[in-house]
Ligand binder design. Structure first.
Ligand code: HAM
Length: 418
């Protein structure tokens, strides 16, 4: 039996777990201030939920999904992202009558990618979707929400916001035609991947990392020259809203996102501090997705952030709460210890009980764990209704009435773990 986690998956604990928890807590706290409520969707869905909305020719659907038949013969996929599942839930639960809906979610997602720093096969996303409004000011609200998370995490100076417009369906259809004509005229010089995309998904050629393709891409027609008035106006209003909100951005005409469901606004917050995997938050508008899934046409805009990537960027690791270690010495003390531990925990103190070994061993273990206090209870203490409380940072040790132990610990606490 292999005892390693499967390639591209990891066990998360200690500092990394604390960093990731901090990212999630920050996201949820800010989400509440933007009017978002939590929605938790299943980790797997019927494959069709992802297949069409993300695009059959997209990298995710064609190469990266964990898809299998379950024992009942159902075609199942582990979610590669949240958006399609959130929209499916919106339809399944008949929420159409209650617009707008603001949903925030977080949890694991799965993509069969080549693992490297910041890129995993099981990774974690925070995700926010706003369903209902179809006007550009709401795109600004969502970008502001994402920017707010980054600023509360202390990352504003380390990311740049790239935005682009993919236009509406009409603009994209015209663009697609011209783009295909252009790439066809250079077909022989294109990489094999791009040749394949030419028929399936020509817009994705613009995203190609292949050296062969770069020169051809540089001369390609631009979507911005094909936008109809409505699309131009939409994008202008997004930019005006960002300016009014003092959110700095770069218009990156080459920004095309990895899923087919987007229209109008696409955006990414990118850092140069994580090597190749620099996108920490990505999102955009997807007005056709809910209709495509079979729901009443409903507009949507949202974003997702990579929790691992955000956690990696944090400059400080949140401190763990320091422990008080309770040490009952002897059988009678074991029983008294249950109540003492409960009372301390009710007072908000983090308590772990150490029940084995002599006192020296227990004290050594407590200081190794970075405990702030130890509370020792033996037969003498039971008779006197006291406990010996030792403050490990100072070495101070006192007999304290059991009813006062919590206050004493709080009074002598110096803060959190170093
Ligand atoms: P995405 O750009 O595919 O968008 O993913 C969002 C973020 O998830 C990325 O920017 C990155 O930080 C993180 N991420 C993606 N793949 C990996 C991986 N293999 N390992 C580690 N982190 C990863 C979406 O998923 C869209 N559903 C976002 C959205 C929501 N659009 C509208 N609403």
């Amino acid at each position: 039996m292999k005892l390693q986690p499967a390639r591209g998956t990891r066990d998360i604990f200690g500092k990394e777990a604390r960093r990731m928890a901090h990212v999630v807590q920050t996201f949820k706290r800010i989400g509440v201030t933007h009017g978002f409520e939590e929605l938790s969707t299943p980790i797997f869905e019927f494959t069709d939920v992802f297949k069409r909305p993300l695009g059959e020719a997209s990298d995710i659907v064609s190469k990266e999904m964990y898809t299998f038949q379950d024992r009942g013969g159902e075609d199942i996929t582990l979610r590669p992202e949240f958006t399609a599942g959130v929209c499916r839930a919106f339809i399944s639960n008949g929420m159409t009558q209650n617009l707008p809906c603001r949903f925030m979610s977080h949890g694991p997602a799965f993509r069969y990618e080549r693992p490297q720093k910041g890129r995993y096969r099981q990774f974690h996303q925070l995700n926010a979707e706003l369903l209902g409004p179809d006007t550009p000011e709401f795109d600004v609200d969502m970008i502001a929400f994402a920017a707010h998370i980054l600023s509360d995490l202390g990352l504003s100076q380390r990311v740049t916001l790239n935005i682009n417009t993919l236009g509406d369906g009409e603009s994209r259809a015209l663009y697609r035609e011209n783009l295909v004509d252009y790439f066809k005229s250079h077909k022989n010089s294109l990489s094999d991947d791009s040749k394949e995309r030419l028929t399936k998904n020509p817009l994705r050629i613009l995203d190609s990392k292949s050296k062969d393709d770069q020169a051809i891409i540089a001369g390609a027609p631009k979507l911005s020259d094909h936008l109809n008035e409505k699309s131009c106006d939409f994008f202008a209003r997004v930019k005006a809203g960002l300016d009014a909100s003092s959110i700095a951005y770069t218009h990156n005409e080459r920004l095309v996102r990895g899923m087919d469901y987007y229209n109008h606004t696409a955006f990414e917050f990118i850092t140069t501090d994580l090597g190749a995997q620099g996108t920490v938050i990505g999102g955009g508008r997807y007005d056709g997705l809910i209709k495509q899934l079979g729901g009443t046409p409903t507009a949507g805009v949202g974003f997702a952030g990579g929790i691992e990537r955000l956690a990696m960027l944090l400059t400080e690791t949140p401190k763990a709460k320091r422990l008080t270690v309770l040490m009952p010495m002897g059988d009678a003390a074991m029983l008294v210890g249950f109540k003492v531990a409960e009372n301390l925990r009710r007072a908000g103190i983090a308590v772990a009980t150490d029940r084995s070994g002599n006192l020296t061993k227990r004290l050594n273990r407590a200081s190794k764990k970075g405990a702030s206090h130890v509370v020792i209870i033996g037969d003498n203490e039971i008779t006197a209704q006291t406990a010996q409380v030792k403050t490990l940072d100072t070495g101070d040790q006192q007999d304290i009435a059991i009813s006062r132990v919590a206050d004493h610990i709080k009074f002598t606490s110096t803060g959190e773990n170093p």
